[in-house]
Write a protein that binds this ligand. Structure first.
Ligand code: NAP
Length: 223
């Protein structure tokens, strides 16, 4: 079993279920949660992510912390993030979880005050997420590719240099390494931009947002 054998996903909408389908097809187990109780969510997952396990939010990090590489992907709209309890991602007796921040700021959403404060300071939204989920190691990734492209471009059978490149940014080098290995396993060519501050080009409106990319184009923005 590879180290990324289990990954948790918070949010079972368009993005969360697309991430799950891509991981499931390369043999990664996925624990998913949403606002619905697991029994109701499991019906939804039968259609949108067959093979994924529906769990309560406070369980979403448990299996990955204990048996996987400790990765949870955050795929809940930013306007809903006040309802996501950071304590769900604090699993006693295990190393701090890696939180892949796949969220985006859309200016028609009313944001939680802690997130709006980061944005008002011209910081990338992942700074706000890292402050709020302070017990996790935040890596910004998977936010700049649409749910359609996630599925159609992930291709682990291609050599790295022929795959769609995806960017990531995070302050913790070990966490970045684990996320790069997950993205490669999913079938992308992962490219690090550097620390969280280097993540601005993959935010909405940035030059790397929602475009087919090759490694060299991302590397131009790496710090
Ligand atoms: N759509 C894309 O192509 C795409 C791609 C990359 C990144 N993103 C980003 O990912 C985020 C989610 O986008 P989306 O399009 O997937 O949204 P979406 O389709 O509206 O799905 C949102 C999901 O979040 C869940 N949720 C809401 N509040 C929650 C809470 N308190 N606890 C647990 N789960 C909660 C919802 O639960 P219920 O199902 O129970 O309502 C739903 O499953 C956004 O920030 C977006 O910018 C989107």
């Amino acid at each position: 079993m590879s180290e990324q054998a289990v990954v948790g996903v918070l949010g079972a909408g368009r993005a969360g279920t697309a991430f799950a389908r891509v991981m499931l097809r390369v043999g990664i187990d996925v624990d998913l949660c949403s606002t619905r109780p697991p029994r109701a969510l499991q019906h939804h997952l039968k259609i949108y992510a067959p093979g994924a396990l529906a769990v309560w939010p406070e369980q979403v990090g448990v299996r990955t912390a204990q048996q996987g590489s400790g990765i949870v992907i955050l795929a809940v709209p930013q306007e809903e993030l006040d309802e996501v309890d950071p304590e769900w991602l604090n699993i006693p007796g295990t190393e701090s979880l890696i939180l892949v921040d796949a969220t985006n700021t859309w200016h028609d959403e009313e944001l939680p005050s802690w997130l709006q404060a980061a944005i008002d300071e011209q910081l990338p939204s992942s700074y706000g997420i890292a402050g709020r989920f302070g017990r996790t190691r935040v890596v910004k990734a998977l936010n700049h590719i649409s749910h359609h492209d996630i599925e159609s471009f992930a291709n682990p059978d291609l050599p790295l240099d022929q795959r769609r490149a995806v960017a990531l940014a995070g302050d913790d080098a070990d966490a970045r390494g684990h996320v790069m290995s997950l993205l490669a396993q999913m079938g992308f060519d992962p490219v690090s931009l550097g620390g969280l501050a280097a993540g601005q080009p993959i935010e909405p409106g940035g030059p790397l947002f929602d475009r087919p990319l090759r490694r060299e184009e991302i590397l131009r923005f790496a710090r």
